[in-house]
Design a protein around this ligand. Structure first.
Ligand SMILES: Nc1ncnc2c1ncn2[C@@H]1O[C@H](COP(=O)(O)OP(=O)(O)OP(=O)(O)O)[C@@H](O)[C@H]1O
Ligand SMILES: [Mg+2]
Length: 251
């Protein structure tokens, strides 16, 4: 049986720069895959290619055996792919609830107005359930721009889940969070696992990634340098070297 998501020989070139260099790995049904690597390794670019934000330069993304490489984001959304962004993207002057209501990417071909017209009752109910589950029920009428950082990150996740995706890609959802907020986030992510076919989690917080991931994929300079169980991968000299090398380069 083939994996739910198969990434094969993916390349992404930006003018002279190779951001993805022959990236291949599989993600199985039910898996929470951690994607790690030093700054600039190509993690976000990979998610951007798989979710259709960037077109691949070469290679293939197979979803349930269908070639979905470089389809537009709304078509990938209809096939169940949702993602959050490394930089929070909320409508600061809309309420928390409205942010979830307008987030369903499957409808992005529809005019904004019909989407928005007060929100259909079942859409509102579903959005409220999502807010409850990410711990934002009490903030439903607050303007998104007034949220604390950790709350904004959780709203991003509720927005990604608004279209009832099957695959969820989270790009550094714990960035900038304190330890308590990361713990709360881990609980939120865990609570959605059973409803999703696949979660891919990009994260620099090693404790969080070790705790949540079934398997890790490690990238460095656009390449996959290790794949396996968290404990094995984090002890792999090549992985340690990639991180130490990055630290030395930083300072
Ligand atoms: N739109 C773009 N145009 C040109 N170069 C880009 C673009 N997006 C990313 N890159 C480059 O591709 C490389 C990989 O970037 P990417 O954002 O995927 O790194 P990352 O692994 O997510 O790092 P970080 O942990 O810092 O988020 C970097 O050299 C980056 O500068
Ligand atoms: Mg990134």
């Amino acid at each position: 049986m083939s994996a739910l998501l198969e990434i094969r020989a993916l390349h992404k070139q930006f003018r002279g720069l190779t951001a993805l260099d022959d990236v291949s790995f599989d993600v199985a049904q039910g898996e929470l895959l951690g994607l790690i690597g030093p700054n600039g390794a190509g993690k976000s670019v990979l998610i951007n290619v798989v979710s259709g934000v960037y077109a691949a330069s070469a290679g293939t993304v197979w979803l349930r055996g269908t070639d979905v490489t470089s389809l537009p984001t709304y078509q990938l959304a209809r096939r169940g792919i949702a993602r959050t962004y490394q930089n929070i993207r909320l409508f600061a002057r809309m309420s928390v609830l409205e942010n979830v209501l307008v987030a369903d990417q499957r409808y992005s071909a529809r005019p904004f107005r019909t989407l928005f017209a007060g929100g259909r009752r079942e859409d509102c109910a579903a959005a409220e359930v999502l807010l409850e589950r990410v711990g934002l029920a009490a903030k439903r009428d607050a303007l998104a721009g007034t949220l604390a950082y950790g709350e904004a990150r959780r709203l991003e996740i509720a927005r990604a889940l608004a279209g009832r995706p099957r695959l969820l890609f989270l790009d550094e959802p714990a960035a900038g969070m304190n330890e308590l907020e990361s713990e709360e986030l881990a609980a939120v992510i865990r609570s959605f696992r059973a409803e999703l076919d696949v979660i891919v989690l990009i994260e620099h917080d090693v404790a969080l990634i070790r705790e949540l991931s079934d398997r890790l994929v490690v990238m460095d300079s656009g390449k996959v340098i290790a794949v396996g169980k968290p404990a094995e991968v984090l002890a792999d000299p090549r992985v340690i070297e990639a991180y130490l090398g990055a630290e030395e380069a930083d300072g």
